[in-house]
Design a protein around this ligand. Sequence first.
Ligand code: GRF
Length: 216
Amino acid sequence: MSRKLKLGVLISGRGSNLQSLIDATQDDSFPAEIVMVISNVPDVAGLDRSAKANIPTTVINHQDFDDREPFEDVLHDALSEAGVKLVCLAGFMRILTDGFVSRWLDKMINIHPSLLPSFKGLHTHERAIEAGVRFSGCTIHFVRPEMDDGPIIAQATVPIRQDDTPDALAARVLVEEHKIYPLAVRMIAEGRISITGSQVTIKGAVNPDSAVINPA
Ligand code: GRF
């Protein structure tokens, strides 16, 4: 039996972060495997990606349920039955209830396209440009009941350019998202991560020692 960490990936759309995890897990030495992909939206591009990779894939359409709880019960059962030990939210566009979050406490991570805790919520790139900050980026964090909140595992920064547009910035941030998601999963699967309050400690983490200044 495989000793790899079993991942369940939840998506709602394009699935490019799912693809970065599929690509990472295709390397035999990667310590995690995707055992289930679930979309809450039918016919999205991400579903083709997992089907192509022969990963068990299912749609649990939230519109088929009257309330959040019954939807989440089905989601929970599908993940549990597949043996999922870590849930990876990858562009999953449903707010999860406190009940679901506590069932997967410290076992569910999310990717967000900003340097949290700045710019929680939607339209992050537009808002970062509008605010005039010199850097944006992306964050992988453990999920807590408050949206886009929780202990931070990894971040990547991207300088904002003088003439930036939300689309151009989004594209450059996305490149980094695809690097840090597999990195975070690897570190968790290797058992190197511990959480104390809002802080994550990573065994053997190497931190860069130089600052990045923008404008250079
Ligand atoms: C990404 O930008 C992610 O950070 C955000 O939603 C987007 C999903 O993109 N949570 P994709 O579906 O992974 O391509």
